[in-house]
Design a protein around this ligand. Structure first.
Ligand code: FAD
Length: 322
């Protein structure tokens, strides 16, 4: 009876969230007196999962699975759960995993709780804490089905190292044409840029930047930090930035370790999208801007003075610490 996890990867490389899901599952497994089995699809280096508590890896290799397919991936996990007699299955709360989880929940007859932020409060009854109302509240959910399906929020638990080794086993689940009845036929990805969803650091600009011609300094700051760029809704509505960068209730959610908001007032609809970010830094020339109430660090100042100086100092720091 192993705790089963799905480890997300991209171009053969495990994503950071895979290590967080593994770290979380290890502690759930410890509480239940069992082990952790990971499913890895078309992933090169799976042995590193042992560092985060995985005892066994079921390695699936199939070129039809090079692009994510919710139905096929759910079927793989269902077969893995049956093979491992898993009563707890842990995924992330990424867009792909949230697409797959309801299909898997139906196939397993499992109760599913997404956006989980902590280890189970109890394992009998099985109760987990999750966020609600776009991260403004918490709820305790009880799962009463035999199999429990958990979607862990990004950055909620962190990555924790464990000792041990992982046995790697090739796993060939049965997949048929029905699994691929809807499939991705082409992808048009932005290259060379960190996406908002995966970024550890996000630099975001608002209407306080006055116009698209001033975005150079936002990009400079993002480049020096290895960050993704984002913006408030009016900025994308006015066409200063692409809609894919708009953060908030009606835009993308951000769960980065660091969110730097420049010239953004901090309207409730914007904050709804960034509540899950760990450290929030605000640069705004109005000391009364509501964003300061939600900030961990605030700079009251003109962005056109503060940001170039920040870029300069960061470049200096990097040069001296290379
Ligand atoms: P403003 O409110 O105009 O704020 C600009 C800020 O820049 C001010 O605080 C100002 O002090 C500061 N500033 C000005 N000059 C400088 C300077 N030189 N240096 C430093 N700071 C400066 N908004 C979102 O962002 N995301 C959403 O998903 C979203 N969804 C919405 C959904 C609905 C149904 C509605 C009604 C609204 C939604 N909004 C959303 C809009 C939201 O209410 C705000 O209007 C919007 O977030 C404000 O954007 P802003 O902070 O960039 O602009």
């Amino acid at each position: 009876m192993s705790v089963l996890i799905y480890t997300e990867s991209e171009n053969g490389k495990l994503k950071k969230i895979a290590f967080e899901v593994a770290s979380y599952a290890k502690q759930v497994a410890n509480a239940l007196g069992t082990t952790v089995t990971a499913v890895a699809v078309n992933t090169d280096d799976v042995t590193q999962l042992s560092t985060y508590g995985v005892d066994k890896v079921l390695k699936v290799t199939n070129e039809k699975l090079n692009t994510f397919n919710a139905k096929a991936y759910a079927d793989i996990l269902k077969q893995a759960a049956s093979k491992e007699d898993s009563k707890v299955v842990v995924l992330s709360s990424s867009a792909n995993d949230k697409f797959m989880a309801p299909i898997l929940a139906v196939e397993l007859g499992a109760g599913y709780v997404p956006n989980v932020v902590a280890l189970p409060e109890n394992t009998s009854p099985f109760q987990v804490k999750r966020t609600a109302f776009t991260n403004k509240a918490f709820a305790i959910s009880e799962i009463n089905t035999e199999i429990k399906l958990i979607g862990l929020s990004k950055n909620a638990f962190g990555i924790k190292e464990s000792e041990g080794t992982a046995a790697v086993e090739d796993f060939t689940p049965t997949l048929d044409d029905a699994d691929f009845s809807a499939k991705v036929t082409s992808q048009d990805k932005v290259t060379g840029k960190v996406t908002i969803a995966d970024a550890e650091i996000v630099v975001s600009g608002g209407r306080g930047l006055k116009g698209p011609e001033n975005w150079g300094m936002i990009e400079d700051l993002a480049n020096v930090l290895g960050a993704a760029t984002a913006c408030s809704k009016p900025v994308s509505d006015m066409g200063w930035r692409p809609h894919g960068e708009h953060v908030g209730q009606t835009g993308k959610p951000v769960a980065s370790n660091l969110y730097i908001a420049i010239g953004i007032s901090g309207a409730i609809q914007h904050l709804a999208g960034i509540n899950a970010s760990k450290v929030k830094v605000v640069i705004n020339n109005d000391p009364e801007a509501p964003f300061f109430k939600a900030a961990d660090y605030g700079v009251v100042g003109d962005a056109f003075e503060v940001v170039p100086k920040l870029v300069e100092k960061l470049k200096e720091f990097k040069a001296n610490n290379a």
